[in-house]
Design a protein. Structure first.
Length: 262
């Protein structure tokens, strides 16, 4: 298991987010190339998140690690997967999926506040996402509400552009953390730094009003207690035909174990 300072593990447990400097530094150039290839050949889940007439371009895509070796190499890096194990306090780490998010210069569209967990068909307390900028970020960095992973009710999952509910349920309305005075964490980051956060941590990001691109790569991992959960509609990612039932562990052939204490 990657050795992390105790205060980092404590911060992750308390706040639901912590920054790990340089964790992906050795993968930046390869991931930049993979993102370019991904944008040139988008997968079936790719989306453009700007409305007609809005400035800039906000592209995202996910579940492409099997198409681009650099993404899989990052997920299988023992230092990265080991850091996931340490933060989750888990004996094993499975790759859930990857996510690419690119905001071109002058993009006004923000990433709306959301928790990842309610969109997924997996639940558990041992989860972690790494959000990794491939360009220096300041104002367009990831923003997270400290302690939101411990809220007693999940936040309503919505579609990013229309803001319509993803599916019905007993959800907390999407808050406005700035207006409501919630404790927001954000860091200036260099390429290869990583914000680690729980699937249940509320997060978002401003638009990119700078003259430089903001390319980000994300990896999502699950640990020992992750299990399939039923949702009232198709999840995101949907993973059609996965064949698992509520309460099952994630199948290894689709969601490989990338680190194990054994």
């Amino acid at each position: 298991m990657t050795q992390l300072a105790p205060d980092m593990i404590d911060a992750f447990a308390r706040d639901g987010a912590v920054v790990l400097r340089g964790l992906f530094a050795g993968h930046v150039e390869a991931l930049r190339s993979a993102l370019a290839d991904n944008m040139a050949a988008p997968g079936p889940h790719a989306a453009e998140n700007t409305l007609m007439g809005e400035a800039g371009r906000f592209f995202d895509d996910y579940v492409n690690w099997h198409r681009f070796p650099a993404m899989e190499a990052a997920a299988r890096d023992p230092a990265i997967a080991g850091a996931a194990a340490a933060l989750m306090q888990s004996d094993r780490v499975q790759l859930f999926h990857d996510h690419v998010l690119v905001k071109e210069p002058g993009t006004s569209r923000a990433t709306p506040w959301h928790q990842d967990g309610p969109y997924y068909f997996v639940g558990g307390s041992q989860t972690v996402s790494f959000w990794v900028p491939l360009d220096p970020v300041g104002d367009a960095t990831l923003r997270l509400v400290a302690g939101s992973h411990l809220w007693d009710r999940p936040v309503l999952p919505t579609r990013w552009v229309s803001q319509q509910a993803f599916f019905p349920g007993d959800y907390r309305p999407v808050p406005d953390p700035d207006a409501e005075g919630m404790p927001v964490l954000e860091w200036d980051m260099a390429p290869g730094d990583a914000v680690a956060f729980s699937f249940d941590t509320l997060h978002g990001a401003r638009g990119n009003t700078t003259s430089a691109r903001r390319r980000a790569f994300s990896l999502r991992f699950v640990g020992d207690d992750a299990r399939v959960v039923a949702r009232p509609g198709p999840t995101s990612p949907p993973f059609p035909g996965h064949g698992m039932q509520s309460g099952d562990r994630l199948r290894e052939d689709w969601f490989p174990t990338v680190w194990s204490r054994q």
